[in-house]
Design a protein around this ligand. Structure first.
Ligand code: GLN
Length: 192
């Protein structure tokens, strides 16, 4: 049981699943759509979904700059799939003019695994966990390049798919669609 209050960016995507995963771990979980809600949380999850839509909505809802500011100030954040793209400093194969929140010194390739393997699942070994996780990839990005402060926690098809840099964590896959709370717990550990 933790006393932390954790937000889930609730513009689009797997919001409900992340809220449920946090609640199952005994954490107070809140949907974040407004700057005041963002200010009230100790950490934030950026869900899977569609990164271009989320970035546009974040701008429309006046959340993009507040999100950048809080991440710059050291707020712990965890991005899954589209959320990983939102946290990335650089995108390859993004939509024209696609903005990110940034903070994580990585280059991500959107829809990296290609059409034939649009979606797949595998047992993935992840640094920091003793047993593999069941990882679900859905039109997932992979990490193409990492800056010096970035730790690679897991790879698939020879590319990083789970990374950590300080208090930022990102996965190409969707731990929120599983009942295994171990990756959410790794994130909660970053809240300190
Ligand atoms: N391909 C999506 C994007 O670019 C991410 C897919 C997902 O989150 N499942 O945002």
């Amino acid at each position: 049981m933790s006393t932390a209050r954790v937000g889930v960016l609730a513009l689009q995507g797997d919001v409900r699943e992340h809220l449920a995963a946090l609640t199952a771990l005994g954490v107070e979980a809140v949907a974040v759509r407004r700057p005041a809600e963002l200010e009230s949380v100790d950490g934030l999850i950026l869900p899977g979904g569609e990164s271009t839509t989320m970035a546009k909505l974040a701008r429309i809802f006046d959340l993009l700059e507040p999100l950048r500011a809080r991440i710059k100030d050291g707020m712990p954040a965890f991005g899954t799939c589209a959320g990983m793209i939102l946290l990335a400093d650089r995108i390859v194969d993004g939509a024209a003019g696609q903005e990110t929140i940034g903070g994580l010194d990585i280059t991500v390739r959107r829809n990296a695994f290609g059409r034939q393997v649009d979606s797949f699942e595998e047992q993935l070994a992840l640094d920091g966990l003793t047993d593999p996780v069941h990882a679900v990839f859905i039109r997932a990005p992979w990490v193409e390049e990492t800056g010096p402060g970035v730790e690679v926690l897991a790879t698939a098809a020879g590319h990083p798919v789970a990374v950590r840099q300080g208090r930022l964590l990102a996965t190409s896959f969707h731990p929120e669609v599983e009942t295994d709370g171990r990756i959410h717990r790794l994130f909660l550990d970053l809240l300190g």
